[in-house]
Design a binder for this molecule. Structure first.
Ligand code: ADP
Length: 259
C-alpha cells in the first residue's frame, strides 16, 4: 500500500507542488492522476520513489517510511518500483534485449554488460517480459529501428523484468499517436490485471484515464480535488479539476492543457 499522510512538497525555488496530500492506494489498483500542466501530477508520483523529497508529512510504501531510507536502502527500494517516462529513456544504439537486461541485472560488472554476458535465467526473464508486451520478435533489433509505441513497450518490459510491485508512469503515452497510445494502455491494463501490480499513471488525456483506470485522482494547484471511481467522474468533477471555463484536454488536442 502507498500512503500519503499530510504530505507537502515545496521546491527550493519556493513553488509549492503538493499541499496537504492524503491518499491510500491499495496493492493492485490502477490509478490515473489527472490535472492541468503544472498541477503537481509528476511531483506526486516522483515523491513515491524518492526522485523528489517531500518536505512535510509521511509517505509510506508497504509500511516503510520512504523518507527514512538511506543510501543502499534507497537503491533497493527503487528496484521494487518500476518507473516509465514519456521519453522512454532507452539506450537506442543497442538491442531491445540488452536494454531489458541492463536494468534487471544492475549488479553485473561493466565489462560483462558490455560483452553481453548475462546470466541465462535473467535472459529468460527478459524474453518473457518482452513476450508479455508483445514484442518478443523484436528482441534482437536495435531500439532505434523501433516505432515510438514499440519503444515504450520495451521500457515497460524493462520495468517488468525488475519484477516490481508498483509501476509509476509519468505521461507514458503523451508522445504517441492515439491508436498507439491505446495499445500501450492495453499493456498496462493487462499487466495490472494479470500480475496484480499497482499502476499509477500521470496522464494528460482524460478519456484514456476514464477508459482504463479504475480510480481517478484529480490534482489542482497541488491539492487533491477529486479521488474516486472513474465511472463517477462527471463534467462538474472535470470542471473542478481543470477550472470551469477551461476545456478538458482531448487526445487530438495535446497542447490544450498547456494553456
Ligand atoms: P504536472 O506534472 O502536473 O505538470 P509538476 O509536478 O511537474 O506538475 O509541477 C508542479 C509545480 O512544481 C509546477 O509549478 C512546476 O513548475 C513546479 N516544479 C516542478 N518541478 C520543479 C523543480 N524541479 N524545481 C522547481 N519547481 C518545479
Amino acid at each position: 500500500m502507498i500512503e500519503f499522510i499530510n504530505v507537502n512538497k515545496t521546491y527550493p525555488n519556493g513553488v509549492t507542488a503538493l499541499s496537504n496530500v492524503n491518499l491510500e492506494i491499495e496493492q493492485g489498483e490502477f490509478v490515473a492522476i489527472i490535472g492541468l500542466s503544472g498541477a503537481g501530477k509528476s511531483t506526486l508520483i516522483r515523491c513515491i520513489n524518492r526522485m523528489h523529497e517531500i518536505n512535510e508529512g509521511t509517505l509510506n510504501v508497504d509500511g516503510v517510511n520512504v523518507s527514512q531510507l538511506k543510501g543502499k536502502q534507497v537503491r533497493a527500494f527503487r528496484r521494487k518500483i518500476g518507473m516509465i517516462f514519456q521519453s522512454f529513456n532507452l539506450v537506442t544504439r543497442t538491442t531491445v534485449l540488452n536494454n531489458v537486461l541492463v536494468s534487471s541485472v544492475p549488479e553485473l560488472s561493466f565489462w560483462r554488460k558490455t560483452l553481453g554476458l548475462f546470466p541465462k535465467d535473467k535472459k529468460v526473464a527478459a524474453l518473457e517480459a518482452l513476450d508479455k508486451v508483445g514484442i518478443l520478435d523484436k528482441a534482437y533489433n536495435r531500439v532505434d529501428q523501433l516505432s515510438g509505441g514499440q519503444q515504450q513497450r520495451v521500457a515497460l518490459a524493462r520495468t517488468l523484468a525488475q519484477n516490481p510491485s508498483i509501476i509509476l508512469a509519468d505521461e507514458p503515452v503523451a508522445s504517441l499517436d492515439p491508436v498507439t497510445a491505446k495499445v500501450v494502455m492495453d499493456d498496462f491494463k493487462r499487466i495490472n490485471q494479470e500480475m496484480d501490480m499497482s499502476i499509477l499513471i500521470n496522464i494528460h488525456h482524460v478519456e484514456l484515464a476514464l477508459e482504463y483506470a479504475d480510480r481517478v485522482i484529480g490534482v489542482r494547484k497541488g491539492e487533491i480535488v477529486y479521488d474516486g471511481k472513474s465511472e463517477d467522474v462527471t463534467q462538474d468533477v472535470l470542471n473542478n479539476i481543470y477550472g470551469s471555463i477551461t476545456e478538458v484536454p482531448h487526445m487530438d488536442d495535446p497542447e490544450e492543457a498547456e494553456v
